[in-house]
Design a protein around this ligand. Structure first.
Ligand code: GTP
Ligand code: MG
Length: 446
């Protein structure tokens, strides 16, 4: 067991109760020093006790104390959870009393890190706990649950096992060279097996882009020339007068953001300054920002104006966004038609027409229509996706080696790399540095 740590694990502020979590060697004995009600050192595992916290002779609070014993706790260590009254002052006093009596403050994520280091959860599960805390919608919750329940880890572990089996067979071949009498056939068998794993990995990665978008939210930028109704669209979608709308061109000078939930996914919606040449310094900076937002967007909503002819500016914007996932929206269809462009959808914000089609179109363009978290053959975390891509690359290198009839033990180096990279996903071949960095992103008390 590691040294005793403690932290407040409920939000900072006034509430009905606050919970202070303690874990590590002697944590039950140390908590017992400041608790009166029951001799906690004699308490059995998984019990809750009523009593008072004392700072020397001073009563601090009336509390309930939960006792967990190693290895049956979140951290796999002896742990104590103190439920005290939820005032800021009283919670801090209980915490300070613990600190005076042998505990030290936990670092962010330290409880989860211990759960990982003590073998209670793997790295994917640990990261999914954070995803659970930050889940903003139903699908994100489904993704987090897949991670916590080990579905994601199992999928990776199955692939690891297949790769490991290949490596074992290679070792056998190297140790018993009589089996490599007919090298062509051995190579073919090796190649078939690796290719079948590659196919599985590619399938997972293909689905993973959806998982990533759901987990992180979809950065959606509304662009168009001045006055097409970008700010009107933002306000309508958010159902809030967030951006100023006027018939003066160049009303929006800087980008404005809001969050929108549709069909179980979260859009981070960004209204931008209308794109045009401008001599006004501030507007020019705004236009530059609009253009840079296009580059980093997951989805671009390009707005055109039905009442004005398609202009060179429109064409320029259409050209700048042609390689992005985008939806071209023709707005102001309540006015006389002057624009022949064959847009993806036609709307009138003023008359509230056509907007209902936008949601389906968004899911369509992002391939999220069929995304379903109950089947778990995808990844959602960029770290995992990145490692699986690298692992896949290593297998492709191995295939190249086979095609060149390289020595089998040379080929096995790439296969080993692939295995190690997948091991990093679940936390079985991580450096300490990676682990420290990862857990430091957790919140305090987690
Ligand atoms: N007739 C009609 N007018 C609209 C519609 N949508 C927006 N407008 C009007 O168009 C004008 C410009 O709207 P904004 O939303 O400010 O346009 P914008 O694209 O944000 O403009 P900039 O910020 O200047 O780039 C306003 O007067 C809106 O009321 C529509 O569907 N029909
Ligand atoms: Mg605007």
């Amino acid at each position: 067991m590691f040294e005793p740590i403690c932290a407040i694990c409920t939000p900072y502020g006034s509430s009905a109760i606050s919970i202070i979590r303690c874990s590590g060697a002697s944590s039950i004995e140390l908590a017992n020093k400041i608790f009166k009600g029951k001799d906690l050192s004699k308490a059995s595992a998984n019990t809750i006790w009523y009593g008072h916290i004392y700072d020397n002779d001073e009563v601090i609070d009336e509390v309930m104390v939960s006792i967990f014993k190693a290895p049956k706790s979140f951290t796999c260590e002896d742990s104590v959870e103190i439920s005290c009254h939820g005032g800021i002052y009283v919670t801090n006093r209980v915490l300070k009393t613990l600190l005076k009596n042998g505990f030290r403050m936990a670092e962010p994520g330290e409880f989860s890190k211990r759960a990982f280091l003590n073998g209670r959860i793997d790295l994917v599960q640990a990261e999914s706990i954070m995803d659970m805390v930050s889940a903003k919608n139903k699908l994100a919750l489904g993704i987090a649950n897949n991670g916590i329940s080990k579905n994601t880890s199992n999928m990776i572990n199955d692939l690891r096992k297949e790769v490991l089996d290949i490596l074992v067979d290679i070792e056998v071949n190297i140790d018993y060279p009589e089996y490599t009498d007919i090298p062509e056939i051995e190579y073919k068998n090796l190649k078939d097996r690796i290719e079948s794993i590659i196919l599985k990995m590619e399938k997972i990665l293909k689905k993973s882009s959806g998982g990533k978008l759901i987990r992180e939210g979809i950065k959606t930028v509304i662009v168009g020339k001045p006055n097409v109704g970008k700010s009107s669209l933002l306000n309508t979608l958010l159902d809030e007068e967030k951006a100023i709308v006027s018939d003066i061109e160049g009303t929006t000078r800087d980008y404005i953001e809001g969050f929108l939930n549709i069909g179980g996914i979260t859009l981070n919606l960004i209204d931008t300054a209308g794109i045009r040449e401008s001599s006004d310094e501030i507007e020019r900076i705004g236009v530059e920002r609009s253009l840079s937002k296009i580059d980093s967007a997951d989805l671009v909503l390009v707005l055109l104006d039905n009442s004005r002819k398609l202009s060179s500016l429109d064409l320029e914007i259409l050209d700048k966004t042609k390689d992005k996932k985008r939806i071209v929206i023709m707005n102001k269809i309540d006015l006389n038609k002057e624009n022949d462009y064959d847009a993806d959808i036609f709307i009138s914000i003023n008359d509230n027409k056509g907007l209902d089609k936008l949601e389906d179109k968004i899911l369509d363009v992002l391939n999220l229509n069929e995304f379903n978290t109950t089947d778990s053959n995808y990844l959602s975390n960029v770290r995992h996706i990145d490692l699986l891509e690298k692992s896949l690359d290593s297998l492709k290198e191995a295939i190249k080696g086979i095609d060149r009839m390289m020595e089998v033990d040379m080929i096995s180096i790439d296969i080993k790399d692939s295995l190690n990279l997948m091991g990093e996903i679940v936390g079985e071949s991580n450096t300490e540095l990676v682990i420290d960095r990862l857990f430091s992103r957790f919140c305090l008390g987690k």
